[in-house]
Ligand binder design. Structure first.
Ligand SMILES: Cc1cc2nc3c(=O)[nH]c(=O)nc-3n(C[C@H](O)[C@H](O)[C@H](O)COP(=O)(O)O)c2cc1C
Ligand code: SF4
Length: 651
């Protein structure tokens, strides 16, 4: 028996049996083309996870009606059937089941291809403080159309050969809006009592079941706690689970948390790094006590050990490990084979998965840029002429480049000037709540080890070293250093750089201004760290909001923490100068000064400058020289790893 006997036991759900308890929850991939139908990239993406051992893949929220979606898959017309069929065949041939998801956004509104807002239909005229939309109350005839449309979309999925369908009543989507008395103020049969508010969901379930019969599975995804002031009452949500879970219409309940009606509830839609792994298992366990059908759960479950505990402890029957498989499509097989150290665990950074999706870009992973790019990088062809590749720099870019070059058959030698691998990731993991970021380093180090990269620590590379060795190609990944422009009055002021503060190398006074030009994790993290140490902190950002450039769930969770800690935030503020007691900022929109007095220390997070000495020195070296990451232009870990992948492919 393997290491995870419960996780790798079969589960029957309705008419289908899954080979194990690991599933990929529905998630929008943004890999589709303009017709919003499953395409080759979508099929290749899901097939990679099926090949890697998942028991079930639930595909993304598909719109059931033309009024009900964003950029998501369109299941409102028969055009989706051939694409779903190709996805089904690709996934099922690996022994994995595949379900479709049925969604309607309701109050969040419907984006239209011409960029205008469509009319958002919801139970009543209501607002969402996340999308800033006002809905139009659904006329009874449209409610009937929607109920029918859920069934018709489910019928299309069945016709395409999917194994099941999942109705989205989670995340504050349309069925959850009907349940919610703050959004549903109807006086007809769909509003008022909980029985009435449940009517839409019940009719939807019946419509779907009528359409698909007993041949495929039908489930409901529901938030057991929306964590939102205007959200559904958690006790009522449990009652809804109890009711629909006992009425025979559905084969499983898929429990999650959060709601998109507000920013706080939204954080739980894709919970970030500083939310405890597996935190929703107790909620699933509560639902399990109420309903005699299988219960699924997800939420920051990124390792098989934890998934095994959840199943073994009877908290849930199926464990969603969605980002875990975005980060490592082979996670399930590695767990089954006991190759635990080879698993590239998701770190919950939200950067390239939900972060991309929210920008309308294809899903990927900062640690595994092959994700979403399966057609380009899914297979690593052996090098035409294997040789010696010298990689200069042991940050994420250099590590990925060396691993890929070695995997393709080169002798890859990675030289790192300091005593440790990791580059800026080593600092990033020191920010409060960001310890898991260090996983990037551990995972890339393991990748290098697996492919036989030779690592030389404490070794800087210059042209002499390149010429002294028998080197066929050089990959330069020398990174960047902090940058600070000349500031008025700086000789008198106490100004320290972010990196030194994070590393614990700087003295910081009791009254601090953090001047944040990057508007990312560094400013937020420094403000939190210094406030937790008992300092009075102002975070002055040269942008519209702190964390402007990072994924919104990460940002909003952090901004909430800073609010609790009493950090003062000054937006639109450019650092101009400082003296012994004051900081001089300029409002970037009005041009007016903002002066903060009584300041002991200014901490600067003003961006970075590339380290280009080696690249410059190799300008006329005759062999191939490829650059990757911040030495090309300072950006984030995501670009570093992606460019490392490309460099490893390019040699
Ligand atoms: C890129 C992305 C898109 C998502 N889109 C959906 C969706 O279409 N439907 C849905 O029910 N959940 C969606 N989610 C939420 C996931 O299903 C899941 O609940 C969440 O990622 C937490 O699980 P995890 O910690 O295993 O990743 C999305 C998540 C991600 C990362
Ligand atoms: S980008 Fe970050 S959160 Fe998303 S899958 Fe990769 S490691 Fe996980």
């Amino acid at each position: 028996m393997g290491a995870f006997p419960h996780l790798f036991s079969e589960l029957r759900v309705g008419p289908r049996t899954f080979r194990n308890r690991i599933f990929s929850t529905g998630h929008m991939t943004c890999l589709l083309d303009g017709d919003l139908e499953p395409n080759d990239r979508f099929v290749a993406y899901h097939e990679a996870r099926a090949r890697g051992g998942a028991g079930l893949i639930v595909t993304e929220a598909a719109r059931i009606h033309e009024t009900g979606g964003w950029r998501n898959l369109n299941a409102a017309s028969d055009g989706c059937i051939p694409g779903y069929r190709r996805a089904a065949e690709a996934v099922q041939k690996h022994g994995c089941a595949i379900f479709g998801q049925l969604g309607h956004a309701g109050v969040y509104g419907a984006a239209t291809p011409d960029g205008s807002h469509g009319v958002a239909y919801a139970p009543s005229q209501a607002t969402s403080s996340r999308s800033h939309t006002v809905s139009r109350a659904l006329p009874p005839s449209l409610i009937r159309d929607y109920v029918k449309a859920y069934g018709e979309a489910a019928g299309r999925m069945k016709k395409a050969g999917l194994d099941g369908v999942e109705i989205l009543a989670s995340h504050g989507l349309l069925p959850a809006q009907f349940l919610n008395p703050a959004l549903n103020r109807r006086s007809d049969a769909y509003g008022g009592s909980l029985e009435n508010r449940m009517r839409f969901l019940r009719e939807t379930i019946a419509s779907v079941r009528d359409a698909v019969g007993a041949d495929i599975a039908v489930g409901v995804r529901i938030s057991g706690d929306e964590v939102e002031a205007d959200g559904n009452d958690p006790d009522e949500l449990l009652e809804v689970c109890r009711s629909i879970g006992n009425e025979g219409g559905i084969d499983y309940l898929n429990v999650i948390a959060g709601s998109m009606i507000g920013l706080r509830g939204s954080i739980h839609v894709v919970p970030p790094m500083n939310i405890e792994a597996g935190y929703l298992a107790p909620l699933a366990a509560a639902v399990k006590k109420l309903a005699p059908i299988p219960v699924f759960v997800a939420g920051r479950i990124n390792q098989p050990q934890q998934a095994e505990r959840i199943v073994a402890g009877g908290q849930a029957d199926m464990v969603g490990m969605t980002r875990a498989m975005i980060a490592d499509p082979e996670m399930a097989d590695k767990a089954r084979e006991g190759r635990i150290d080879d698993i590239r665990a998701c770190i919950g950074c939200n950067q390239a998965c939900i972060g991309h999706m929210q920008m309308g870009l294809g899903v990927s992973c900062i640690q595994h840029p092959e994700t979403g790019r399966e057609l380009d990088y899914g297979v690593k062809p052996p090098a035409d002429r294997p040789g010696t590749v010298l990689v200069a720099g042991g940050g994420p870019a250099g590590m990925k480049a060396a691993a890929v070059a070695a995997e393709r058959g080169h002798r890859a030698i990675l030289c790192e000037a300091t005593a440790r691998l990791g580059g800026q990731a080593l600092l990033a993991q020191e920010l409060p709540g960001r310890a898991e970021f260090g996983g990037v380093v551990a995972n890339l180090a393991r990748e290098m080890e697996r492919h036989g990269v030779e690592v030389r620590l404490g070794t800087s590379v210059d042209r002499g070293l390149v010429e002294a060795g028998d080197v066929d190609a050089v990959i330069v990944a020398t990174g960047a250093r902090p940058w600070r422009p000349a500031l008025a009055g700086e000789d008198e002021a106490h100004i320290v750089d972010a990196w030194r503060v994070i590393a614990g190398e700087a003295d910081v006074g009791g009254r601090v201004v953090v001047a944040d030009w990057r508007c990312d994790w560094i400013g937020l993290g420094l403000a939190e760290k210094l406030a937790r140490e008992g300092r009075r902190v102002t975070l002055a950002v040269n942008g519209t909001v702190p964390g402007q450039t990072i994924q919104m769930y990460v940002r909003d969770r952090w901004v909430g923490d800073l609010h609790r800690l009493g950090v003062e935030i000054v937006p639109y503020a450019r650092l101009f100068g400082a003296d012994a007691t004051s900081v001089y900022l300029q409002h970037v929109a009005s041009g007016e000064p903002i002066v903060i007095d009584g300041v002991d220390t200014v901490v600067t997070a003003l961006g970075h400058r590339s380290v280009t000495d080696l690249a410059d020195g190799l300008e006329d070296w005759p062999g191939p020289v490829l650059l990757a990451g911040d030495c090309l232009s300072p950006r984030t870990c995501e670009e570093a790893v992606l460019e490392g992948l490309k460099a490893g492919f390019g040699v």
